[in-house]
Design a protein around this ligand. Structure first.
Ligand SMILES: [Ca+2]
Length: 532
């Protein structure tokens, strides 16, 4: 019976607890030595264990055959033979060092110290390890600043940081529910319900689900990849297509596509990636991400190094279309110094959930070259925290068209930091808590932005505009043909030249001060209230 139950887990993770599948139905191992041009069919409803190795392959297609559910791929597998260690902690032998353990498909958190929040060593405490003193081999994770989490494996029993930190990965840290640890060939877990993990434990080694690095023209269609280091590793891949594929619970990126060309992701999902969802970190070109959902990026378990649900670094000619981002610890969609690209008709609902000074949609151009970037038709909501920004044109962003976007319930609707030559047109701003549109200069670069045809609705104490700082405030942008409605029209704009006290303007004073908005209109508060 034990053998049958275990095979059940190997054959179909989701089917555990159901009648075991007949052994003859079960090609469990992934195909190996796949020839160029191969058509690989995986069986529906089955789970394949290992890493699908497509590195350097050309024109291979891998898809699910049959209509009984997407074929699953995980480098991990079930863990059995659990016995009680002590209290609610269970232990089982395992032949590798896992990077993840899930019970009933839900990842458990790696054991860590302290159990809640960040520890703060302070300068005086440097070198003094937390209780138990056993740290070599543990992972130190620290908050480098309010925007960046970093991690490294400790080589000695000391912590050299004065930043907020936690440590993870040692058995002594396993002291509360929903934690696991590995030591000397044994896997320990304190299950949240206290019951044995037998028949519901799935652990993953440090391996990717699909390795397609350096591949050409590979198509992945209708697959499910879960519990892996990276879901799909596609470093340097050319024309990789990821279609109707669901990727979940990765310790690194869902899809690592740095240095790739012409990546296509369509009709797919990436859920609970701990670093970034779809990651073109250094460079990416010609990618299209469409009709895809990226959810819970950097949000699973303890805070982790994370970038964005979709992170495109250098590169050009990328398109993100009709894509949904729900919940990201840092940026939603980052197209940083990415040229001639477009973010269109997409939704970002919830970003900057754990870190701050970030954007629902984020870009910048430190080299000051034109981005020729279009951000159009998107809805960005619930980008919160102290400096959560709906659309963030950072670091000399220029040549960006921001048109027809809806920005609601963000801390700042939009921020232009040192940017110039941008068009901000026909957007709808409402209910952003601090300010709808802010310009922030610390270099004297802001100029020639156009703010036209937008609708700004202020329902509370938020400012419509905030401009700071420098003697050139009046030439930051032209403002015209906008429609304003404010419950409190006296708090319209705030300006600060960087030397004198800041100045608050009501709408009339703003127009007089700026000489702008000749063709704009301001709805009165009563009319505004009637529309609420
Ligand atoms: Ca703990």
């Amino acid at each position: 019976m034990h053998r049958r139950a275990c095979l059940c887990c190997l054959l179909a993770l989701a089917g555990c607890g159901q009648a075991p599948a007949p052994v003859q139905d079960a090609p469990l191992a992934l195909p190996t030595a796949i020839a160029d041009g191969s058509v690989v069919k995986l069986r529906c409803g089955k789970t394949y264990r290992g890493t699908l190795d497509l590195r350097g392959k050309s024109h291979v297609s891998v898809s699910t055959e049959g209509g009984c559910g997407k074929a699953g791929i995980s480098p991990g597998g079930p863990v059995s033979g659990w016995t009680r260690h002590r209290g609610r902690i269970w232990v089982a032998p395992v032949g590798y060092a896992p990077i993840q353990l899930a019970l009933s498909g839900v990842p458990v958190t790696r054991a860590h110290w302290p159990n809640r929040g960040w520890a703060r060593a302070g300068i005086a405490a440097l070198g003094n390890p937390p209780p138990a003193g056993d740290l070599a081999g543990a992972t130190l994770v620290w908050l480098e600043n309010q925007s960046v989490v970093k991690a490294e494996v400790l080589r000695a029993n000391r912590i050299d940081t004065d930043k907020p930190y936690y440590v993870e990965g040692k058995l002594w840290m396993l002291d509360s529910a929903d934690e696991w640890a590995y030591q000397d060939g044994r896997l320990y877990v304190w299950s949240a319900d206290g019951r044995s993990p037998e028949g519901r434990a799935w652990a993953a080694p440090d391996a990717d689900g699909i390795a397609a690095d350096g591949s050409h023209g590979v198509t992945l269609d209708g697959l499910r990849v879960f519990a892996a280091a990276r879901g799909i590793s596609a470093e340097g891949a050319d024309r990789l297509s990821v279609l109707r594929t669901d990727i979940a619970d990765t310790e690194g990126a869902g899809i690592w596509a740095s240095n790739s060309r012409a990546l296509r992701v369509d009709g797919s999902s990436v859920k609970n990636a701990r670093s970034s969802g779809i990651d073109g970190w250094y460079w990416i070109s010609g990618a299209t991400v469409s009709d895809t959902t990226v959810e819970g990026t950097g949000m699973r378990g303890q805070p982790s190094p994370t970038g964005a649900a979709i992170f495109f670094g250098d590169g050009a000619d990328n398109r993100i279309v009709n894509t949904r981002v729900r919940g990201s610890a840092y940026h939603g969609i980052s197209v940083l110094h990415n040229r001639a690209s477009a973010v269109l008709d997409s939704l970002v609902d919830g970003a900057c959930a754990r870190l701050t000074d970030c954007g629902g949609i984020y870009t910048g151009a430190r080299d000051r070259r034109p981005l020729a970037l279009r951000i159009e038709g998107n809805t960005v909501v619930n980008v919160g925290g102290s400096e959560g920004i709906g659309i963030y044109l950072d670091d000399f962003a220029n040549g960006v068209t921001v048109r027809r976007n809806t920005l609601r319930h963000n801390t700042l609707g939009m921020l232009v930091h040192n940017g110039f030559d941008n068009l901000i047109a026909a957007n709808a701003f409402a209910a952003n808590s601090q300010v709808h549109l802010a310009f922030n200069q610390d270099s004297g670069a802001i100029r020639n932005n156009r703010v036209t045809g937008n609708a700004f609705t202020s329902s509370g104490a938020e400012w419509t505009y905030r401009l700071e700082a420098g003697p050139n405030l009046k030439t930051f942008a032209s403002f015209d043909a906008n429609v304003y409605a404010a419950a409190n029209a006296r708090r319209f704009a705030r300006t600060w030249d960087g030397r004198s006290d800041g100045v608050s303007h009501d709408y009339r004073a703003w127009k007089a001060w700026s000489g702008q908005d000749a063709r704009s209109s301001m709805g009165d508060a009563a009319a505004f209230a009637a529309t609420r």
